[in-house]
Design a protein around this ligand. Structure first.
Ligand code: 76R
Length: 247
C-alpha cells in the first residue's frame, strides 16, 4: 500500500448555488421586493459580523451562464454552524424565489507534500490559510475535481516520492500566478461527490484560463486530474446585489 499524505483541515465550506425565479420575483410589488431584500440584507450583515469576529467567512457572487444565478460561499468552524447558515437562508422569504441548482460541501485542506518546519497549530500563516477570510477579488471560479484511479493512471497507487515530486511541480506553476490568483483547496473525500473543491479568486478572469490551461500540461493535472463543472462569477457587494434585484 502506498503511504497516504497527512492533511491539515480548517473551516468547513459550503458552496450554495441558486437560480432566481425571475418570473415570480417580477410579479411582486416594489414594496414586497423591498421588504424581502431588507430581510436578506439583515442576514448579510450577520454574515459580515461573523467574518469580522473571525468566526467564519462568506462571499456572494453572481454566476455567469445558465448553471445558476448566484453562489453563496460560506465558511464555518463546524458542520453544524454551516448547516445553520444554510437553514437560515432557506427560511428567508427571498429563498422562496430561488431554486437550489448545485451545492458543494468540503473542508479547507492543506496537504503536507511540500514540507515546512513550522508548527501548523500555531503558525499564523498556516492558520490564516486554514481559516481564510475570502479574498475580495472581483471574480470567483469554482470546480470540483478528482485524482484519477484508472488502469495505469492511478494516483493512489503511486509511491509518496513520485506524488510529492509532481505536487512540487504543480506548486511551482501555481506560484507563477502569485498576486494574480488566490486558491482555496478544500477536501471533500467522504463529504461530497468529488475529492476536492477548487475555488480561485482573481480580479482578471482571463487569469483562470491561463492558470488552468498551464496546469493541464503539468503531469499531475494532465495524467491524473478529472474535473467536474466549472462555475465562474462576479463578486456582489450589497449595492451590486441591490442592482441585480432591481426591476
Ligand atoms: O499549499 C501550497 O500552496 C503548497 C503547494 C500546493 C499544494 C500542496 C499548491 C499550490 N496546490 C497544492 C495542492 Mn494546488 N491547485 C489545484 C488546481 O485545474 C487544475 O489542473 C487543478 C486545480 C489549481 C488551479 C491549483 C492552483 N492543488 C492541491 C491539491 C491537493 C492535491 C493532493 O493532496 O493530492 C489539489 C486538488 C490542487 C488543485 N495550487 C498551488 C494552485 C496555485 C495557484 C498554487 C500556488 C499557491 C501559492 O504558492 O500561492
Amino acid at each position: 500500500m502506498s503511504q497516504s499524505v497527512q492533511t491539515l483541515e480548517g473551516w468547513y465550506v459550503l458552496h450554495d448555488f441558486r437560480t432566481i425565479d425571475w418570473a415570480a420575483w417580477k410579479s411582486l410589488s416594489a414594496d414586497e421586493r423591498g421588504q424581502i431584500q431588507e430581510e436578506l440584507f439583515s442576514l448579510y450583515s450577520e454574515w459580515k459580523t461573523v467574518e469580522e469576529k473571525k468566526e467564519g467567512s462568506f462571499g456572494v457572487f453572481s454566476v455567469v451562464g445558465h448553471k445558476a444565478d448566484l453562489v453563496f460561499m460560506h465558511l464555518r468552524p463546524t458542520l453544524e454552524e454551516l448547516q445553520d447558515v444554510e437553514t437560515s437562508f432557506n427560511k428567508t422569504r427571498f429563498a422562496e424565489f430561488t431554486v437550489p441548482s448545485y451545492s458543494y460541501v468540503s473542508v479547507v485542506e492543506l496537504s503536507t507534500y511540500v514540507h515546512s518546519d513550522v508548527n501548523p497549530d500555531t503558525d499564523p500563516y498556516i492558520q490564516g490559510r486554514l481559516k481564510p477570510v475570502l479574498p475580495k477579488t472581483k471574480h470567483i471560479c469554482f470546480y470540483p475535481m478528482n485524482k484519477r484511479r484508472s488502469g495505469n493512471d492511478n494516483w493512489y497507487m503511486l509511491p509518496m516520492e513520485e506524488r510529492s515530486s509532481m505536487m512540487r511541480s504543480h506548486g511551482m506553476i501555481g506560484r507563477k500566478y502569485a498576486g494574480q490568483v488566490i486558491q482555496i483547496i478544500s477536501g471533500s473525500v467522504g463529504l461530497d461527490d468529488w475529492e476536492w473543491g477548487v475555488t480561485l479568486f482573481a480580479d482578471d478572469p482571463v487569469t483562470y484560463k491561463k492558470l488552468v490551461y498551464e496546469m493541464r500540461f503539468d503531469e499531475v493535472s494532465a495524467r491524473y486530474g478529472d474535473f467536474g463543472s466549472f462555475f465562474v462569477g462576479n463578486r456582489l457587494e450589497e449595492d451590486q446585489l441591490k442592482q441585480l434585484f432591481a426591476i
